[in-house]
Ligand binder design. Structure first.
Ligand code: ADP
Ligand code: MG
Length: 485
């Protein structure tokens, strides 16, 4: 290509602003969704993200080598054509794996299976993993019809482990690795965006790769309900039940969705009991512990409680730092420690948001300027996100809410009293002030008539307590939600 043309393209890239490129990518995605359907889109195209652009080549990031091959053979031409229509400077699309060592060997074995499977494309697309097994004797009809697609990016390798999620991670790994059933059911619970779905998909991928003959079904409770209602409508509940009963591992995500849906619960309960009696593995997730689930029958609750219950706590600072570090490597960007610390202090609500902030930084730095990431630039790029976090909460509000919650007065909270009944809520309030506002430690200290070391100590203390003391963790979570909501 002529040098002049190349320069023009590079300049275009420099001048294109972040949101424009993102917007174009959004439009490309919308078109792909229409052409290939939601299911295929969610499985293969949604996990893609835009990377760098140079010399007319748009690099698109893919989570695994397996996906890269799949996307290249099935979708790359369309992606290119659609995008080129929007932006003629894009001469080529290229796919880059953002993986860490350890994920790829499993992918290769899957790839071999795919390569040797001469099934029409739409069969793969409508159910990727069903298609992998399609021509093999191990293929199970039920699996393809029942299971929802799995996100290829959600594997054990890509799950960052820290104090707040290590127990749930260990339990999930154990269940995935054991040939015979150990904890039944495994019940995972946490607030949103903390990794339940990720862990469930990781279990499913692991079992499907290690023991492809086992029939692993992953469904959201909503999908379970939908399929059940459909079976009722077609008076085909017997076949519905039969399908579930041939399952080796059944995973149902977000069962809080079954609240107050008695007939679904009833059906689920029977399916559940018979699978457990036959020694099949069940894995359930919800946003609360079995005992705290509302609108769920007592006998179902006690069944859910009878295996292993593992919760994922809200993230702590260290885990957020580790996740930022890992995801920055995946995105191929250098994030200075100062910036990571800033993000880890600010974006505390869940991992999805933390990830989102990093993606925006990556898009900004790689696509437009290739500038180093700095604190100033971060504050600028994430302005709206940070503003909405800051806007929500003031220290005064936090003091008021925390006092109400613990049934003490704001005066007591600010006082020098050291009694545990007052000191603990004060520490919680300081912790929340650090997490939910952009105030510095001395600024927070002043609001409590303390110095910054006291605030620092309080923050650390609460971070420790959240792990040891479930009741306190739940209180902090409830307060956070009510302050952010
Ligand atoms: P939940 O089902 O609890 O709402 P998800 O499993 O959907 O949460 O997780 C939200 C996002 O955060 C996903 O993109 C997931 O990959 C990511 N995520 C969650 N926990 C971790 C972790 N420990 N390490 C890496 N990514 C994580
Ligand atoms: Mg989920």
């Amino acid at each position: 290509m002529a040098e002049e043309a190349m320069n023009t393209i590079q300049n275009e890239a420099m001048n294109t602003n972040d949101s424009l490129v993102q917007q174009q990518w959004g439009q490309v995605c919308n078109q792909l969704k229409i052409e290939f359907g939601e299911t295929a889109f969610d499985s293969w195209l949604k996990p893609l993200s835009i990377g760098s652009f140079s010399d007319g080549v748009m690099n698109i990031c893919v989570p695994t080598a397996f996906m890269k091959n799949w996307v290249m053979t099935h979708y790359s031409d369309r992606i290119h054509k659609i995008w080129e229509r929007q932006n003629p400077n894009i001469k080529k699309v290229n796919f880059v794996v953002q993986t860490v060592s350890g994920t790829s060997h499993a992918d290769t074995s899957l790839l071999k299976k795919i390569a040797s499977t001469p099934t029409p494309q739409n069969m793969y697309v409508s159910h990727p993993m069903g298609a992998v097994n399609f021509n093999e004797s191990i293929f199970q009809e039920g699996q393809s019809q029942l299971s929802a697609p799995l996100n290829p990016a959600y594997t054990f390798d890509s799950f960052v482990v820290g104090k707040t999620n290590e127990f749930a991670y260990a339990a999930a790994r154990k269940v995935a690795e054991m040939k015979n059933v150990s904890f039944n059911p495994l019940f995972l619970y946490s607030g949103v965006g903390l990794g339940k779905t990720h862990l469930m998909h990781a279990i499913a991928w692991h079992i499907r790769q290690q023991s492809p003959e086992r029939n692993v079904i992953y469904l959201s409770a909503e999908q379970f309900l939908y399929k059940f209602v459909k079976a009722l409508r077609y008076k085909d509940t017997a076949a519905f039940k039969e399908q579930f009963r041939s399952v080796d591992v059944l995973m149902v995500d977000d069962v809080q969705f079954m609240s107050n849906k008695e007939s679904t619960q009833e059906e689920f309960f029977y399916t559940f009991n018979s699978l457990i009696e036959e020694g099949r593995q069940i894995i359930i997730s919800a946003d609360k512990s079995p005992s705290d689930l509302e609108g769920i029958e007592t006998r179902l609750k006690s069944r859910l409680n009878s295996g292993l219950v593992a919760d994922i706590h809200p993230t702590d600072f260290d885990l957020r730092m580790a996740i930022l570090d890992y995801k920055a490597k995946m995105l191929g960007i250098e994030v200075p420690e100062k910036v990571s610390e800033f993000l880890a202090q600010k974006i505390t609500s869940n991992i999805r948001e933390l990830e989102g902030s990093l993606r925006r930084l990556a898009a900004h730095t790689q696509l437009l300027s290739n500038h180093e990431i700095t604190l100033d630039m971060t504050q600028d790029v994430l302005k709206d996100m940070l503003r909405s976090i800051d806007r929500k909460t003031t220290i005064d509000e936090i003091q008021k809410k925390v006092s109400e919650y613990f049934n003490i007065s704001v005066k007591e909270l600010q006082s020098s009293r050291r009694a545990r009944t007052v000191a603990r809520p004060r520490q919680v309030a300081m912790y929340l002030a650090k997490q939910l506002t952009s105030r510095s430690l001395p600024e927070i200290g002043r609001k409590f008539d303390r110095d910054h070391t006291t605030v620092m100590h309080a923050v650390r203390k609460v971070e420790e307590l959240i792990i040891e003391d479930q009741a306190l963790a739940e209180s902090v979570d409830a307060l956070r939600r009510s302050l952010e909501g």
